[in-house]
Design a binder for this molecule. Structure first.
Ligand code: FAD
Length: 444
């Protein structure tokens, strides 16, 4: 009997497309090899997926098959003394933190949502607010188990000399199916962050705050109002913090109850409502500015309190654009990108700016590199939105930067191939039976 059922309802976080693909959701590890075998026999391109928090098409496989790993979420081993945890790749960071927090242990790197799986965090080698200190997620992976389409299972760690480990970290699920991950956690005293918010009024101020905070703060990130930019003048909120020494451990939050129950009508989001939202957000942030003791959940995962917030963008969905540009020209390049966006009248609720440090990512295709990263959402208005992003692409390309595949749904092969110099080293490690919509668009 087939383990795959046909469906056309699976979407990525951006919700732009709704492709038809076969889906299987194994509940026991021994179901995985037969599923892989079935796809191989049927010559169906295969892809493992997690909680579908990637925005574009790197977790979609139209016409192919996906293995939803989220029911494979068992913890194999957890030693609070060594701080090492091994679990199925479908375990979410949400569930992981719930287990490890009582032991004062936390993942060393977390992205802006806790609803991602270990497999997804490996597949995109995700980064957090502490990149300048701790690098990316892959820097903290001790081992992983990779199932290839020939049935073989590889136990791989950073000492792997074949290159398969480095290809799998940030490898977009293309090297095979990650069955389990062993992670080194970080020790914390309690569940709070000593945070501080500093309003700023220009890009120069942003970079000065960044430089100043790198030595003193483990976490940094900034929100900017991308609807009001003049030259390098703009307003933003620089947020920085450190794990507090306060030993109190407030519990891990439950799954959010508040949510967006319906798709918003397209007219609700327009240049005026975006300007108003950004204005309000800045004023509120400026009013609350200063130091505060914050639970880690709103600090790391602010959007997680609203379930399905992506429905705000209505039925056409949204694109996210995240680039990183090298440090040498970061200021003029970020200024040019922001001016282009502001002039277009398009913009985002949440535009995020952050500097990445120089710690090398372990993956051949890992996104983070030293420089400045800008991330923002654009509602999908079809060709107009695509044309705006194409203009941004040219700026990123000329600056020698790159886009983040986890957020992308439309970058050209030229931009991808230029941005990832280790692509030629990566390609031989792609499993011949694994693929994705993203890969079919950008592969050399
Ligand atoms: C609100 C929000 C905030 C975010 N903030 C950040 C951030 O700060 N930093 C950041 O880096 N990212 C961020 N992201 C993106 C998100 O962290 C990544 O897209 C993450 O990889 C999603 O994990 P997932 O479990 O949903 O995986 P999916 O999106 O389902 O898959 C991601 C990739 O991993 C592969 N994959 C998944 N499971 C496996 C497996 N078991 N074996 C092999 N391959 C697998 C898939 O094929 C795909 O290529 C954010 C996303 C959202 C929605």
């Amino acid at each position: 009997m087939s383990g795959f059922i046909s469906t056309d309802r699976r979407q990525s976080w951006g919700r732009v497309t709704r492709p038809t693909q076969k889906v299987a959701k194994p509940h026991f590890p021994d179901e995985v090899p037969p599923l892989v075998g079935e796809a191989v026999r049927g010559s169906t391109p295969l892809l493992a997926v997690g909680l579908m928090r990637s925005y574009g098409d790197s977790n979609l496989n139209p016409g192919g098959a996906v293995v939803d790993m989220t029911a494979l979420d068992r913890i194999h081993a957890f030693d609070p003394r060594s701080g090492v945890l091994r679990a199925d790749a479908g375990l979410s960071l949400d569930a992981l933190i719930r287990t490890t927090l009582p032991h004062r242990l936390f993942p060393a790197v977390v992205p802006g949502t806790r609803f991602v799986t270990l497999g997804g965090a490996v597949g995109n080698d995700v980064h957090g607010k502490n990149h300048h200190r701790s690098g990316s997620f892959g820097n903290h992976v001790r081992k992983l188990g990779l199932r290839r389409s020939d049935g073989s299972l590889h136990e791989l760690g950073p000492d792997d000399s074949t290159g398969l480990f480095a290809a799998t970290i940030g490898g977009l699920g293309l090297t095979g199916l990650v069955e389990w991950v062993e992670l080194e956690l970080t020790r914390i005293d309690g569940s709070s962050i000593d945070g501080e918010t500093v309003p700023f009024h220009s890009l120069e101020e942003f970079f000065a705050l960044s430089d100043e905070s790198i030595a003193s703060h483990e976490f940094t990130v900034s929100w900017i109002d991308c609807t009001r930019v003049e030259g390098t003048a703009m307003r933003g909120l620089f947020s920085r913090g450190n794990w507090s020494r306060d030993p109190a451990r407030l519990p891990h939050p439950a799954k959010p109850k508040a949510g967006i129950p319906i798709e918003f009508p397209s007219f609700a989001l327009n240049p005026l409502s975006l300007r108003l939202f950004n204005d309000l957000y800045f004023r509120l942030g400026r009013w609350r500015a200063g130091r505060s003791l914050t639970h880690y959940a709103p600090f790391f995962f602010p959007l997680d309190s609203i379930m399905n917030w992506n429905r705000l963008y209505g039925r056409p969905g949204m694109y996210q654009y995240q680039c990183v540009v090298p440090p040498t020209d970061s200021l003029p390049v970020i200024a040019e990108l922001l001016q282009t966006i502001a002039a277009s009248g398009e913009g985002s609720f949440l535009a995020v700016l952050k500097t990445f440090g120089d710690r090398a990512s372990p993956g051949m295709l890992s996104f983070p590199r030293e420089g400045t990263t800008l991330a923002l959402d654009f509602r999908n208005r079809g060709t107009e939105t695509l044309a705006l992003m194409a203009r941004l692409d040219e700026i990123v390309l000329a600056a020698g930067g790159r886009l983040y595949p986890a957020k992308d749904g439309r970058m050209s092969a030229r931009l991808f191939q230029n941005g990832y110099p280790r692509l030629a080293e990566f390609t031989p490690h792609v499993d011949p039976h694994f693929s994705s919509a993203f890969w079919r668009r950008v592969a050399p």
